[in-house]
Ligand binder design. Sequence first.
Ligand SMILES: *Cc1c(COP(=O)(O)O)cnc(C)c1O
Length: 372
Amino acid sequence: MKVPFLDLKAHHAPLIDKFDRAIREVIESSAFAGGPFVERFEEEFAAYCGSEYAIGVGNGTDALWLTLLALGIGPGDEVITVPNTFFATVEAITYCRAQPVFVDVDENTFTMDPAELEKRLTARTKAIIPVHLFGQPADMDTILEFARAHGLFVIEDAAQAHGAEYKGRKAGTLGDAGCFSFYPGKNLGAFGEAGAIVTNDAELREKIQVLRDHGQARKYYHTLLGWNCRMDGIQAAILSIKLGHLEEANRLRRERALQYKQAFAGIEGVATPFEADYARHVYHVYAIRVQERDEVRPFLEEKGIGCGVHYPIPIHLQEACRSLGYAEGSFPVAENLAEEFLSLPMFPELTEEQTEYVARCVNEVVGVEALV
Ligand SMILES: *Cc1c(COP(=O)(O)O)cnc(C)c1O
């Protein structure tokens, strides 16, 4: 049996006619860069999240970078985040000429450990970026309380958490701003690159709107130095359609996650993801923890199963971050996770049969490993 890691074709197939019509509408209106399709999607996405505003931008990295810029983060400032995230979180901080500072993550949720924040706080700390890794929100109340006590901004990296909930509220709406990516493989994905910021702060919204469009308050009147970070009309039109299917897609992901959990119950050597009491996890990634991951993975691939590793090297140990000066052993939880994580196939169209096959193959190889 073949089980791909992700199957976007299966996800899009039933919607092809709608996509064709939407793209034709954009062509007929010539609203390709920004414009009415983007505005409509911004309204829809803000309403879905339960936020006042959404601002469409070019991608998730833009979303993080422009939010930091708009909040006035710059040279000499420090921004605290986690080392087990996609690299963009740290690039965004660095591109504001601020200093990324890491704290380790919680062993169970894989998200920011708020108990570590105090140790890394300095007079230069300006903001915290928790990452809702794999679709599970970080421990936001504790993080927000710490931020309030010390006058820090909280920017949520919700690039993997579309529709995830923290105590019934949507991920991305808890801090000062939430940043989303609509990279094709994300839970809500465009037909190329796109991203958005959600916020309840009207002033922040306006500043990001200006920054994403070359700092223009109106055409050819530049009040700020910005960049070109607009969202495409075609991406917005596609996202409006796909947003209507996000809840169902997340529900199906949760169903498959439950099936995996049951299949691995009692299997020594496989640790399944944990859903915090406060959370509605949306399983952007379904990562188990296994010893000897680098032997398990090729075995599964031989069996026709697509796997991933998110991520093999924590950011503080990446070559590009050598100048930050972190040594191996700085963040033992994140480093250990990087060695043990194995992401299994997870997408809404994954069938019950495929899930069962994947679980059976994992149990087979982990069982064998245990005997060696
Ligand atoms: C995908 C992702 C981003 C970046 O989004 P892009 O749209 O690819 O620029 C940032 N942070 C996290 C955690 C991500 O998964």
